[in-house]
Design a protein around this ligand. Structure first.
Ligand code: MN
Length: 469
């Protein structure tokens, strides 16, 4: 019997909205747990702990208790899919588990003892890092499917009476409201939703699903990285990608802005037909948060600052491979480009694109206009093309014909943009275009750095520290 067969057998997915049983094959960096309050034939709580790609599940009739003297019966039930942790709603009458399910708590999990794969073990000790359940807990196996859930002594023992917590940790709804299918209530804590003096409305709006990332999570991320990000984005004309309905909804590429917003400046630039148009730029870190408030989450920058609008100082080469190209060849391309730049005496810096490729960025001190800047960047790629004619090309069309890597220099043109360092990407998964060190080229994939990783990374030394030297 396969892992989730029991789960799937019990359910008719044409009738219930519960997720189909699939084993999560990705190895989670951090394990998750969920507690669902489930009013079915009997009122109970379901404790689910991530283990080898599924959620090991126990039905706990009385629910968890912070009292170390309480031994709460916990009955081991069939494994649930990893996705089940996001399920809140109704299971229709006549179906297995018919009733209402609320996500009562969720968070991360650490096992203290080693758990064998066959789960044949007397007791499981673990730490919960949830919003309501915290600290050390133990599950003791006593017979057949029967276990006891016990709180261990630690600093959390004086915790509140959790029985009184009767709303969803995720949507703030009561059981009755879930049953009636009411939409999720926004948490009303204004304080939580003010970042850098910018009020974030609809803070709980989901922008990404799986993992769930809200508008407030993104605002918080940019707040955290703004010090590192500002030198690259401040006083540069930007365009942003706006998606008011999340990444799966419509996306708008914003080049112009009509409203007045904190931390954002406007500048008039002549377009190709000599007509002046309003462009905009970030004046200070509040500007980034203002953009997030307007549902703009991805930032693209010009090659020049607004005070020297015709003298670009940020040259970027984008190695964006087509799907068939393996990452080894891509990395080789990045290295070959770097060695050409080294030979030319140009310092260069590396970042992930947050998508499929890498970006090599060259700070330009020499005063040149956009025409010269563009030509120089093209010549650099042509040098590479001469040295390795079968590997690289400066011509997008040739790349398609012969399977070579096209090194995109074309964005080094007035009015063109490239994604800003530290910007998130509005792809299926939320990853960051992250400055990394040259040493990391061989170990980091272009789309693997998450917002959380980025926040941890900026605590360490800055791989682009010398960028403006
Ligand atoms: Mn249940």
């Amino acid at each position: 019997m396969k892992k989730l067969d029991k789960y799937n057998e019990k359910r008719n997915f044409n009738k219930t909205n519960e997720p189909n049983g699939k084993v999560n094959k990705k190895r989670s960096k951090k394990l998750r747990f969920v507690v669902q309050h489930h009013i079915a034939r009997k009122d109970h709580y379901d404790l689910r702990l991530e283990f080898n790609g599924v959620l090991k599940s126990w039905a706990v009739p009385k629910g968890p208790s912070y009292n170390t003297k309480d031994k709460r019966l916990a009955v081991l039930v069939e494994d649930h899919p990893y996705e089940y942790r996001n399920f809140e709603g109704c299971i229709p009458q006549g179906e297995y588990g018919a009733g209402t399910v609320m996500i009562w708590d969720e968070g991360y999990l650490e096992y203290i003892n080693d758990i064998p794969n066959d789960f044949n073990i007397k007791s499981i000790k673990f730490i919960l890092k949830g919003k309501r359940l915290k600290g050390k807990w133990t599950l003791v196996h006593f017979k057949e499917d029967n276990w006891l859930l016990i709180k261990e002594k630690d600093e959390y023992n004086e915790f509140k009476n959790i029985k009184k917590l009767n709303t969803s940790i995720k949507t703030n709804r009561t059981m009755q409201e879930i049953k009636e299918g009411k939409n999720k209530k926004l948490k009303t804590s204004i304080k939580d939703a003010v970042i850098e003096n910018i009020k974030i409305t609809n803070p709980d709006k989901l922008i990404f699903k799986n993992p769930n990332i809200t508008k407030l999570d993104i605002a918080y991320y940019y707040h955290k990285v703004s010090k590192r990000m500002m030198p690259y984005i401040q006083n540069r004309i930007i365009s942003t990608i706006r998606c008011p309905d999340g990444v799966n909804g419509d996306k708008f590429f914003m080049k112009h802005l009509n409203s007045e917003n904190d931390g954002i400046g406007k500048i008039k630039i002549k377009n190709k037909s000599n007509k002046k148009e309003d462009y905009y730029y970030i004046k200070d870190s509040r500007g980034i948060i203002s953009e997030v408030q307007m549902n703009s989450f991805e930032f693209h920058i010009w090659g020049s600052n607004i005070d020297k609008i015709n003298n670009p100082n940020y040259m970027v080469f984008d190695l964006d491979p087509d799907e068939k190209l393996n990452i080894k060849k891509l990395r080789r391309g990045v290295k070959d480009l770097k060695s050409i730049l080294d030979k030319l005496g140009l310092k260069s810096y590396l970042k992930t694109s947050g998508g499929k490729g890498f970006h090599v960025v060259v700070p330009i001190k020499q005063k040149m206009n956009y025409r010269k800047f563009r030509k120089t960047s093209k010549q650099i790629v042509e040098l590479l093309e001469e040295e390795y004619p079968d590997l690289y090309t400066s011509n997008m069309r040739k790349a398609k014909r012969k399977g070579k890597i096209f090194i995109d220099w074309v964005r080094n043109t007035k009015g063109s943009t490239s994604v800003a360092p530290y910007s998130i990407r509005l792809r299926d998964k939320c990853s960051v275009s992250m400055p990394i060190s040259w040493k990391e080229l061989d170990t980091i994939k272009p789309n693997e750095i998450t917002m959380e990783d980025a926040i941890n990374r900026i605590k360490k030394s800055d791989p682009w520290k010398t960028f403006f030297d």
